[in-house]
Ligand binder design. Structure first.
Ligand SMILES: Cc1cc2nc3c(=O)[nH]c(=O)nc-3n(C[C@H](O)[C@H](O)[C@H](O)COP(=O)(O)O)c2cc1C
Length: 140
């Protein structure tokens, strides 16, 4: 199985989560590509069976707007029934950005296969374990 983790991270917290997601995918026997939005064209995603998307809460409870959101908007309608999952780090909010993101995915018909993983700031061991489990769930 070919899987990808596509993430944006300003200060490394979501990147640490992304690496743990990819570990979970490879532990489940899948090939895992770790990609940032600048390296993704919508057509490229056809090559993957399952994709994890990671982005922290930015702006005011939104996705990062310069790179991640445009990439996601360009990709989301061509994902069809592909297996997908979401993760990301946040700071002072209550996770509103992730609820909005999940709703956007539902509206676009994305097939989210497991609960999203969110954590405050730097992921602790429990959050990293949850990210590995997310990667595993996507790759199974
Ligand atoms: C410009 C900016 C906007 C942010 N907006 C929010 C927000 O709306 N809600 C929230 O909970 N955290 C917000 N944060 C906090 C980040 O989501 C948090 O620090 C996160 O861990 C950053 O992840 P990263 O290290 O992957 O970039 C914001 C941080 C920055 C720098």
């Amino acid at each position: 199985m070919k899987t990808a983790v596509i993430y944006w991270s300003g200060t490394g917290n979501t990147e640490a989560m992304a690496r743990a997601v990819a570990e979970g995918m490879t532990a489940a026997g899948a090939e895992a590509a770790l990609l940032t939005p600048d390296r993704v064209q919508p057509g490229d995603l056809n090559a993957y069976d399952a994709i994890a998307f990671g982005c922290p809460a930015m702006g005011s409870e939104v996705l990062e707007e310069m790179e991640f959101q445009p990439m996601f908007d360009a990709c989301k309608r061509s994902l069809g029934g592909k297996r997908a999952a979401l993760f990301g780090s946040y700071g002072w909010g209550d996770g509103e950005w992730m609820r909005s993101w999940e709703k956007d995915c539902a509206d676009a018909g994305l097939n989210l296969v497991c609960e999203s993983v969110i954590c405050t700031e730097t992921p602790d061991d429990a959050a990293l374990d949850a990210c590995r489990a997310l990667g595993k769930a996507l790759a199974e």
